[in-house]
Design a binder for this molecule. Sequence first.
Ligand code: SAH
Length: 283
Amino acid sequence: MKRHLPGPATSAGPTPPKPRPGFPARLVSSPATLAAKVPRTVATSPAASARSAASSRSPGPSPQAPSGTGMDSQAVRWAMVRKLEAQGVSHPAVLAAMRTVERHRFVDSALANQAYEDTSLPIGLGQTISKPNVVARMSELLCQGRSEKLGRVLEIGTGCGYQAAVLSHLAREVYSIERLRGLHDKARENLRGMRLSNLHLLFGDGMLGYVKGAPYAAIIAAAGGNDIPDAWIDQLAVGGRLVAPAVTGSGRQNLVVIDKTATGVVRTVLEAVLFVPLKSGVA
Ligand code: SAH
């Protein structure tokens, strides 16, 4: 069972601006730190993703890779992706995106040494960045059966912006909406410099979706309520797919997939999960 556990409420208010965390010099918990030192990969454009996709067939950092100076995050990130593959993630574009986006840039510097472990981490205001496994799983569900990029995608719950950055490599256009001003600002800060020009951050109540961008090829939510809001289904294109946690008949939160077809919606309930609550209004 995949679980996405919310972290503790670590912050009562917006976090003051901080310098972007560097990657820690030592990563004691990962064997990948013993791997070859390789130059930094910068999460940038879809073109970078495509290049990364092209290299995704290789099993790991090439021994011929030029050595960088000092510890670098790429080898650890690639090791994380190998674990995701071992757990069953197989979509090439998803694996490439997970290799490209530097997760350590989305968490506080004090937590950066845990950024490539398969764990959710607190991002402030009582919210959490999803586990890499959950990000990959949900992304793969959106991309299932497609080799081309998704069209326009709506994400509800930007949080720190990590999933949004991953999505920006998988879709032509991404709208990501967050109801907490402090996290919306934090995501903007985290994403600055990554040149993800197809990613648009919005501040507002995602329960209403974002009608201006509709219809969406895909909708994804990182927060779970008692049901899937009708607005999301309305804003999904015919042929589109929605992936979100929601409380189901079991009384527990499950991952729910909704496929919108010309004749109606098909709802599939998947594994139990535990996401932070979907709340209405902004704060
Ligand atoms: N994908 C995020 C996960 C963040 S946790 C990441 O990679 O970091 C889920 C987020 O959903 C929280 O930031 C929470 O504030 C937000 N959220 C909950 N209800 C919401 C709503 N109605 N509209 C927009 N965001 C919402």
